[in-house]
Design a protein around this ligand. Sequence first.
Ligand SMILES: [Zn+2]
Length: 300
Amino acid sequence: MPDKKFYSTIQVDADGLWVIERLLGRNVPIDPDPVFTIGLDRLLALFWEFRIKATFFVVAKDLESQRKAATLRKIVSCGHEIASHGLDHSYLSRLGKDAVMREISGSREKIERMLGVKVSGFKAPGFAASKNMAGMLEDAGYSYDSSVLGTSCAILMELVSKVPYPKMGMMMAPSCPYSPSRDNIFKKGSSGIMEIPVTAAPFIRTPAHFSYMVLGGEVYASLFRGLIKTSAPKVVNYLFHPLDLIDNFSMDIDKKIHGLNVDSERKLEMARDMLRFLCREREVVTTGELSEILKKDRER
Ligand SMILES: [Zn+2]
């Protein structure tokens, strides 16, 4: 009998200020980084409030800062899952096969060694997935991936953020978990990897991505919740970033970074509304736990 429960998994892409600044064409050191330290602390407090265990996708380069490594160890000690977000947040869609393999296996090895955890999940920075990465993930020992976001917003997202999304693949990819082909992560196949895409709401395929919810406001959030309630997918994978709970009123960060002009208290309330919604009717599990549940389901 397949599992009839509904699940939610909460993911955090632990992108620091240097990642965001680089997107804007500026180089800053990886430390100090208020976006990383304060943003992650606020997310931890929020997850504690809802008794949620989340999955944090970590850029291995951040472990070179002792302060950041300490923040990540705190996350581990709170019982959350750690997964990989690459070596230095490079866009895999721009790299050759050897470089993609280095990002995939090198980041896993470094995070496992420095944090003393087992890493079973990967997410390509900026959703800039490499088409043939499922086979590489399987060979490197991963069990799941969350690099896919099957959204119609891919073209708009590229215009806003200049990230090289594999647009056609991304728009046509399934929105529910699937086993991808070893040669094409965007298509169903028979690899041993479980692809757990970040959810796109049905019909209009808007992403379950809190940064977009801040931009779209309450209308976007209500529309998303309504579509999820109506279509009741088995899995909702919801994404946060540390930047999501920070504003520019108490910190001197570039005002041009989107979302910083919205009061962090208001963003915190929006995040609470979303988590309350996800916890009310669904069991919230880490993405690693979810991957195991889905694989057992498939074997039945
Ligand atoms: Zn990222």
